[in-house]
Design a protein around this ligand. Structure first.
Ligand SMILES: [Zn+2]
Length: 291
């Protein structure tokens, strides 16, 4: 007899959506979905984190060929990633015009941390493993979660940029992050929106790296996760920084451009980003206010 796999977000029984092949060693992953909160997840996800998040991964030669974090930190002010970092800095300044303490959780090689530090922001990163060692060698302050235990209720602003799709238990992660935040602090997160792909989830690019992307969310799923973790879920007004973030996502997916330029900036990005957001609805994910 098959035992139903329960949804880690809402405890409803989930159903099998299909198989997705990994890129690293040909593993076949089972993807399940929840008909209640529409959380979808890889059931037999990998646990060998030091193998999958190694130097190859951060150079775009591992499980996700669409990323090249090493290139981005070697050209900190000139790659298209700068558009995303600009957007995040705008959102931070919109929430905290007088400044505040900022934590970038899951900071990878700490490109955002370094970029924001250069602009005078009080920001530190949290990371593990190979990426943490590589980032620390360059200078930004990177702490492990154990080291962050001394920083309970210390942060006004936490960014979680393309992290949630990598974790198997989002509510556990969000609860741990909540302990680090001041009441009233803001948790701003980005991850893809699975809602436009509900009927063909396995065609969605996010689900095609199942070695590392193991959790997929619709806005209502994120809202439930936030509410279960000590946050009030709120909707961000499109425009404040979101356009820059979407601009980066468009350019990343096109794969034609590696560097920002005046010619790129001269294009009508307001129209492009509005169109992309209507189609992919990434701005609909809520942010959290710590209760
Ligand atoms: Zn559910």
């Amino acid at each position: 007899m098959n035992v139903a796999i329960l949804c880690p977000v809402c405890s409803h029984a989930t159903h099998f959506i299909g198989f997705q092949n990994g890129r690293l060693d040909g593993r076949r992953f089972h993807v399940n979905g929840c008909p209640s909160c529409h959380y979808a997840f890889v059931v037999n996800y990998r646990h060998d984190y030091s193998t999958i998040y190694d130097d190859d991964y951060y150079a775009g030669q591992g499980a996700d060929p669409s990323v090249d974090y090493l290139h981005e930190i070697r050209h900190l002010e000139s790659t298209i990633r700068v558009y995303e970092w600009e957007g995040l800095c705008k959102i931070f300044k919109d929430f905290f015009p007088e400044g505040g303490r900022w934590l970038d959780y899951g900071c990878g090689l700490a490109g955002l941390v370094e970029y924001a530090q250069h602009r005078g922001h009080s920001i530190i990163g949290c990371e593990y493993g190979w990426a943490a060692s590589a980032a620390k060698q360059r200078g930004p302050l990177i702490l492990s979660e154990d080291e962050l235990a001394e920083h309970r209720e210390a942060f006004d602003f936490v960014t979680l940029v393309e992290v949630l799709e990598h974790v198997a238990d989002p509510i556990d992660l969000l609860r741990r992050i909540r302990t680090l935040m001041k009441p009233g602090g803001v948790l701003f997160l980005t991850t893809g929106n699975a809602q436009p792909w509900r009927s063909n989830l396995l065609k969605w690019s996010y689900t095609r790296c199942p070695d590392v992307h193991i959790s997929f969310y619709e806005p209502q799923t994120v809202k439930l996760c936030l509410q279960a973790s000590g946050f009030q879920a709120q909707t961000l007004n499109y425009g404040v920084g979101m356009e820059s973030i979407i601009k980066f996502k468009i350019l990343k997916n096109m794969r034609w451009f590696k560097y920002r330029s005046r010619y790129l900036d001269a294009l009508p990005w307001s129209c492009f980003c509005r169109w992309a957001d209507m189609r992919y609805q990434v701005s609909l994910h809520p942010y959290g206010v710590a209760l």
